[in-house]
Design a protein. Structure first.
Length: 143
């Protein structure tokens, strides 16, 4: 059996991200939808939503990485890593339990590649550090 890590490119720190038969994905960017997109029946009027990056803030000028201070609401989460499973295979990506325990989550997705996923943040908000492990590749799903 091939390890899931063989299907994930661009790991930030493999020894920390690959463990117990799963692979953690790290956050590269957080954005918000600022203008609606469009979707229609036939696909001839599809239009992407306009998004704006949410900026990070450093807690100290000496910090290497900043934090996203996210009030409650909906966001789009993008990853540092890319997925590359073999033809006919999809990977199952779910919210990492550490994020879920803080009230934030994204849908579980079965995918061959991964774009931004919607992130729901509770009313009280959440703080996420740059490159934090937020999602986990937990297995494969045959097409």
């Amino acid at each position: 059996m091939t390890a899931l890590a063989d299907y994930v490119d661009g790991l930030v720190h493999e020894p920390r991200q690959v463990h117990d038969g799963v692979v953690d994905l790290t956050v590269e960017a957080v954005s918000q939808v600022v203008e609606p997109g469009r979707i229609d029946f036939g696909g001839g009027e599809l239009e992407a939503a306009e998004t704006a990056a949410v900026e990070t803030e450093k807690r100290s000028p000496d910090d290497d990485y900043g934090w996203w201070n996210l009030p409650g609401g909906q966001y789009l989460l993008s990853y540092n890593e890319t997925l590359a499973p073999p033809e006919g295979t999809r990977l199952v990506v779910r919210t990492r339990s550490e994020l879920r325990r803080r009230g934030a989550f994204h849908p579980t997705v079965h995918c061959r590649d991964i774009d931004a996923v919607p992130l729901s943040v509770p009313e009280g908000g959440v703080r996420i550090k740059e490159n934090a492990r937020v999602s986990t590749v937990v297995g494969t799903a045959e097409r």
